[in-house]
Write a protein of this length. Sequence first.
Length: 102
Amino acid sequence: MKFLNKKYYFVYVGSFIILSMIIMAIFAPLFSSQDPNYMDLSKRFLAPTSGHIFGLDQNGSDVFSKVVYGARVSLLVAIFVVSISMFLGLIFGSVAGFFGGK
């Protein structure tokens, strides 16, 4: 495939990872089988299994569910910060351009 140029291999791999994380964050209930806040102290520190990909933490909570649901919050914060930065950059850049600043 010609469009998969070796020169941009890392761009494609990085884009795939980021897009897959965004899709997993948006559709979190489809990818995680448990509630991230569910605790079962009898299963503390359980090793990774087919039902718990990353294992369980000290409270018996599924670590993979926490990661997937936590990605939602991280993405929302990132979108909010980028939006605010773009807005402030637009304002300051427009004012600087209007007054001829360098």
